[in-house]
Design a protein around this ligand. Structure first.
Ligand SMILES: [Zn+2]
Length: 462
């Protein structure tokens, strides 16, 4: 029976949770056992009793980056059974964002800028270090414990990529229409709204009436014909609603046009999630209220979310805790806004650790590895951007990982002048994925469902 037998020298809920995550992704069931059983184990501690067999991982609280491993100087086969590096502590530190927490260098949306991050300082933004440690441990476990777990992804695939679309501006002239419906409390932001409306009006005078941002039909078609389905995240709090802010979206899901988009998305087996509003992180009541409003129009369970602007507010752990309190199955809000790659050093779903509660949250975090706009900040063309996305995907495949792609609806096809290069990049990426049979191309909710079912199989195995 494939168990990952672990001895904890000192009981530690955090170590145990990391080891549970390791076991799960190695396809094994975690079994915390007493020392001295004679069977090979993973021994977490510095002083294994005489006769202990297996792997020894002594705690070394300052370990973060195992450069010999990351540079390829030592590899799977050459690892000693008593590890010179604390992979468990280091995984926890990266997953918990220990080195980035409280760091200066945030933008006006409370987001850590890449250049100010620990990640950038050590140059591993595009290296999923947690996965590299997991793979090294996996090699050791196979060698020293002789156990092999169940496969990670369906149908023998090596990695998973989830397609998702934030619905930010599907109605090109929504600011003009919405302004007329502005609720009184929203008028406190009148100067900012005024600027937005003026700018939109100017665009419209230059471009004419044509709305070429509403791309739901051709986008669903483009993905479906390649055998893919994706997740659309809709924002139920317009900028001009009573709780809206100028940073929220300029459309209302109550507009009749959206009913046809919801119908189409459902009819084709695509998914709908919540694009949580700019201030949704402020309270459980706001977050739940947004989901309820979306469900009112979509008519069925909304299981997951991503925050607009990645805006989790100044207290990220508190915002993540709200996801669990609201009963969300998954969230996909952790990424650098200004850099592609691995925000917490990980390319696999994980349950964020809640230090205040001393346990992992139940809501599964689905890491996003790249958003469209991130790629085009420095004047890139579509070829360069597609190559970068391809490289990221290749990195995810190399560690058997998972990553979500985030393209906005108006930018996912080259059907308007403004986002032509963005759309070309997305189509090239779809073609690349369709031609790669190593990758399970999926959607956010389907990925979360797979993770939960696989976990159940591992735990309930005879
Ligand atoms: Zn957004």
């Amino acid at each position: 029976m494939p168990d990952l037998r672990v001895v904890l020298e000192v009981p530690s809920p955090r170590d145990e949770a990391v080891l549970a995550w390791v076991a799960e992704w190695l396809g094994l069931r975690l079994a915390i056992v007493a020392p001295g059983g004679g069977e090979p184990v993973v021994y977490r501690g510095a002083q294994p009793p005489e006769g202990t067999r297996g792997i020894v991982i002594p705690p070394r609280p300052s370990d973060r980056l195992w450069t010999d491993l990351l540079s390829g100087k030592i590899g799977g086969d050459a690892l000693p059974a008593r590890l010179p590096f604390d992979v468990i502590g280091a995984m926890a530190a990266h997953l918990d964002d220990v080195e980035n927490r409280g760091r200066q260098g945030r933008d006006r949306h409370d987001r850590l800028e890449y250049r100010s991050s620990y990640t950038a300082a050590h140059g591993f933004g595009q290296v999923p270090v947690v996965n590299r440690y997991l793979e090294a441990l996996g090699d050791l476990v196979a060698r020293e414990l002789g156990v092999h777990g169940v496969a990670r992804w369906p149908d023998g695939k090596l990695a998973a990529i989830a397609l998702s679309h934030d619905v930010d501006r599907p109605v090109k002239w929504g600011a003009l229409r919405g302004f007329g419906a502005a609720r009184r409390p929203a008028l406190r932001h009148l100067p900012l709204y005024g600027a937005k409306v003026g700018w939109t009006l100017l665009q419209r005078l230059r471009a004419g009436e044509k709305d070429d941002f509403w791309l739901f039909e051709p986008l669903v078609e483009a993905e479906a014909e390649r055998g893919f389905r994706s997740t659309f995240l809709f924002a139920p709090t317009p900028a001009f609603a009573s709780r809206g802010t100028p940073d929220d979206v300029y459309y209302d899901i109550a507009w009749p046009r959206f009913a046809s988009a919801f119908d189409l998305i459902r009819a084709r087996g695509f998914e709908i999630g919540l694009h949580a509003g700019y201030d949704a992180h402020r309270s459980l009541e706001r977050l739940v209220g947004e989901r309820d409003r979306l469900m009112l129009f979509v008519g069925r369970g909304i299981r997951g979310l991503r925050h607009h602007f990645w805006h989790l507010g100044p207290d990220e752990p508190a915002a993540l805790r709200l996801h669990e309190e609201a009963g969300f199955a998954w969230d996909s809000s952790l990424a650098f806004n200004d850099h592609p790659g691995f925000r917490r050093g990980v390319a696999l779903p994980f349950q964020p650790w809640d230090a205040a509660m001393g346990r992992p949250l139940t809501t599964l975090q689905l890491p996003t590895i790249v958003m469209d706009g991130t790629l085009f900040r420095s004047g890139w063309g579509s070829e360069q951007a597609a190559a970068e996305v391809g490289q990221l995907i290749e990195t995810v495949v190399s560690v058997g990982g998972f990553g979500a792609l985030d393209w906005h609806v108006r930018t996912s096809l080259p059907l308007n002048r403004e986002f032509r290069a963005w759309g070309e990049t997305y189509v090239a990426t779809l073609d690349r994925l369709a031609a790669d049979d190593r990758i399970w191309v999926t959607s956010l909710d389907a990925a979360a469902t797979w993770v939960a079912e696989r976990r159940r199989r591992i735990i309930e195995q005879p």
